[in-house]
Write a new protein. Sequence first.
Length: 255
Amino acid sequence: MNRMFAIASNTFKENLRDKILYNLVFFGLLLIGGSVLLGSLAIGEQGKIIKDLGLASINVFGILIAIFVGIGLVSKEIEKRTIYTIIAKPIPRYQFLLGRYSGLVLTLVVNIAIMTIGFFATLMLAGIGFDGGLLKAIAMIVLELLLIVAVAVMFSTFTTPTLSATFTLAIYVIGHMTEDLQVLANKLENPVISWTFNALYYGLPNLGYFNVKGEAVHGSPISMNYLLLTTSYGIAYTALLMIAASLIFQRRDFK
């Protein structure tokens, strides 16, 4: 376990030296701050626009960080050929993978926290109040990002960085369209296509569950029961993805 923590700490330090990470966070904060200008163009809707753009910025730039950093967790070790040194050590491969994942999660949480502070500072400067609904929405964003990181890590164990990024982005897009897939599956008469859409609906993660930004922006209540169920769903799906990633990584031949 100590080795896994050491790997997580080392991964976190490596990510802090990544210039792309700082650029993404900078542009995220810039967009959050710029939402004040856009909000001023809409009379009476400034608060909603700033909240909406702020949450969207945290979500989008969080996804970019999760994908572009997550796909390199394993591929970087392979390119540098340090993977041979790592697998030669008396440490299970799954611990190495979990350590890398934990390090990226820590990096992601820190960057989301920075953008959240910038978001709340923007609300305060604009004289707009905020409530617990915004924190709940951000918590759901973080949970969604943890799942996306697991997806990126799983693909990185057996594909190239380019394909990993493509597949992960595809999962993210489709994950927000699963409800539409089920509707199409029920309307289509072709049984093969209908079965395929149903398989995608039940097999892929339904990321729409984590999207409560609209409720937070408009001040609609977000029940604690819903949050608990969604959290359980996210944790369970993430665990399955990491188990699959560990099994794939364990069987991969690096010779």
